[in-house]
Design a protein around this ligand. Structure first.
Ligand code: ATP
Length: 256
């Protein structure tokens, strides 16, 4: 395991496995996962349906414990959820009785009001919701709700952002827009991002690294780092199709 001297935001998985259920009906979801995610990296996880992508994210979030191996963040074993890890789900899960601002400030209760207000204003500006701060979730489009969920997850300034298919329920145009915005937010904040998706295109567009998992129990069958310059739009890069093809073939083989 890494030493406590490791920079904040590192994620370490060592021989991680997880078996759901009891001895009578075990469901092996993950097997022998090894990975080191560097602080500030953006790792996308793709793989066939049911291969354990969400399970892997839940282990890093501390919502579940592995049945084998070890999961550590920033050099310390994960023993449960914590403010160092923000989570964004497929559904925004906003508190309907609070305004957008109230949702973002929810996790900042320990701060004085002025500091909370300054932090939420900064984050709502970052995700393009400054004008919607006083609105309730039901007054927002799906894309706006997901932006608010991202701002809420970023509020306690976690070193790590865990995203479980956050754009899967959005229409194609909104999804593209939010992908672009997430790239910008990631570059602006330097968080370590772990992003689960079904989409090879999304993984390749967002990830500086892509992990492909096999069918259940999920194992890492490809761990590919993108050499594409992140500041530019990777869609325009001449090596983009080759990188995409490599990931797509691995996903096809994993699902066969
Ligand atoms: N609480 C649970 N108890 C028993 N089995 C579970 C539980 N949660 C998940 N599973 C099973 O573990 C496997 C992995 O589930 P997981 O949700 O991690 O996969 P996934 O790759 O995220 O799936 P999808 O791509 O369909 O969202 C699946 O076969 C699922 O049915």
């Amino acid at each position: 395991m890494p030493s406590p001297a490791d920079a904040g935001g590192a994620v370490t998985l060592r021989g991680v496995s997880l078996v759901y259920g009891g001895r009578r009906d075990p469901v092996p979801a993950l097997a022998d996962i090894d990975a080191d995610l560097a602080p500030g990296s953006f790792t996308a996880i793709v793989g066939p349906s049911g291969c354990g992508k969400s399970t892997l994210l839940r282990l890093v979030a501390g919502f579940a414990a592995p049945t084998g191996g070890e999961v550590a963040v920033s050099g310390s074993p994960v023993t449960g959820p914590g403010p160092d890890r923000g989570v964004v789900f497929q559904q925004p899960r906003l508190f309907p009785w609070l305004s957008v601002r109230g949702n973002v400030e929810f996790g900042l209760k320990g701060l004085p009001k002025a500091a909370r207000r300054a932090r939420s204003a900064e984050l709502l500006e970052l995700v393009g919701l400054a004008d919607a701060a006083g609105r309730r979730p039901y007054e927002l489009s799906g894309g706006m709700q997901q932006r608010a969920a991202i701002a809420r997850a970023l509020a306690p300034d976690p070193a790590i952002l865990l995203m479980d298919e956050p754009f899967a329920a959005l229409d194609a145009l909104t999804r593209e827009r939010l992908q672009e915005e997430l790239r910008r937010v990631w570059q602006a904040t330097g968080k370590t991002v772990l992003f689960v998706t079904h989409s090879v295109d999304e993984a390749v567009y967002l990830g500086t690294r892509v992990l492909v998992l096999s069918k259940r129990p999920g194992r890492v069958v490809l761990d590919a780092a993108s050499e594409l310059p992140y500041a530019d739009d990777p869609h325009l890069h001449p090596d983009q199709p080759a990188f995409r093809d490599k990931i797509a073939s691995a996903v096809r083989a994993a699902a066969a």
